[in-house]
Design a protein around this ligand. Structure first.
Ligand code: ADP
Ligand code: MG
Length: 310
């Protein structure tokens, strides 16, 4: 049994979303202790993760230091956070494995994800990233070619393309390590977005949705189940309303109908639902959305929103 585990923001930050190094290490320890539990039960786990708060922090450093050191592009931020979070997750996982007396080696693969240069996201960017700034500071950055949007009383926010992930170009390397017995962390933040141009690859100023990237990775590494771990135990119908209803086992067709009816917010639960539906539709296997503390039961279909092919 091979599980692709997609870790959300709360697996890498504290409950308030703070991302000090000690917060990230502590959160990784909690997540990796659950992963070690799965590995101890002979479940093979491949880990991917989000990087929103971490990239957000790097962007602030870019802004504040721009007069002294040149800002680095967004694709570099993706590469840096994949490496750093991979390091943090490997340390935490190895400690958790050692505590259980399980011997496994870990590896992180920094992966590039191919996107289309003519993806509509590049013409009209929609994905908000980084912090809010007052209009005058935003104007300065717009002068450097960035797209910023007036978001009302909170201020202005940068928006970038969130193109469709087409292919995880470094998946073969991840797969070779998986087959060799490594517990692999890969494709963090959905992968570094690259386009193919004149026979070579170029990083682009965009972010890939980590859940859609996870669905593609799950398919590519032939996972038996995709588990999207977040901070709520279920996808919920009429979320936040008095007659809210938690979804348990649900067919992919029914879940698609609920999504079309607008039950899942576009910036949060929406992409998770879409990711799990894609995986189930393409592979005929199962997908689960649940909270991090449920993942052991989720793997057997005993917790969370379990999405089935029919
Ligand atoms: P992560 O950071 O773990 O990837 P997000 O924070 O983006 O995840 O998304 C999880 C959040 O989605 C939940 O905390 C919840 O507030 C929100 N959400 C929006 N719509 C729904 C829904 N229909 N059912 C459950 N959660 C929802
Ligand atoms: Mg979150």
């Amino acid at each position: 049994m091979r599980v692709l585990l997609a870790l959300g923001g709360n697996a890498m930050t504290n409950a308030e979303g703070r991302a000090r190094p000690e917060d990230q290490i502590a959160a990784a320890e909690v997540a990796m202790s659950a992963v070690a539990g799965l590995l101890a039960h002979d479940v093979e786990v491949v880990v991917t993760h989000g990087n929103g708060p971490q990239v957000g922090n790097l962007l602030v450093k870019n802004e504040l230091a721009a007069a002294v050191v040149p800002p680095v592009p967004l694709d570099w931020c993706g590469a840096q956070t994949q490496a750093t979070l991979g390091f943090v997750l490997m340390n935490a996982l190895e400690a958790a494995l050692a505590a259980r007396g399980v011997e496994r080696s870990t590896a992180t693969v920094v992966t590039r994800t191919l996107v289309d240069g003519d993806d509509p996201g590049f013409a009209s960017p929609t994905k908000p990233i980084g912090r809010y700034l007052p209009a005058d500071e935003a104007a300065l950055l717009q002068g450097h070619g960035e797209v910023w949007e007036d978001r009302g009383h909170k201020g202005w926010r940068r928006v970038v393309a969130s193109p469709e992930p087409r292919e995880i170009l470094d998946a073969p390397a991840a797969l070779a390590l998986i087959e060799a017995g490594f517990v692999v962390v890969a494709n963090g933040g959905g992968g570094i977005p690259v386009v193919r141009e004149h026979g070579r690859l170029r990083g682009v100023e965009a972010v890939i949705d980590k859940d859609l990237g996870a669905a593609l990775l799950a398919e590519t590494v032939a996972a038996d189940v995709l588990v999207v771990a977040t901070d709520v135990p279920h996808a919920v119908l009429r979320y936040g309303e008095p007659d809210a209803e938690e979804l348990g086992e649900v067919s992919v067709a029914a879940l698609r109908r609920h999504a079309a009816d607008g039950h899942f917010a576009s910036g949060s639960m929406g992409p998770k639902v879409d990711a799990v539906c894609r995986f189930v539709e393409r592979t005929g296997r199962r997908g689960v959305i649940t909270s991090l503390d449920n993942i052991t039961q989720a793997v057997d279909g005993g917790a969370g929103t379990v999405v089935t092919p029919a």
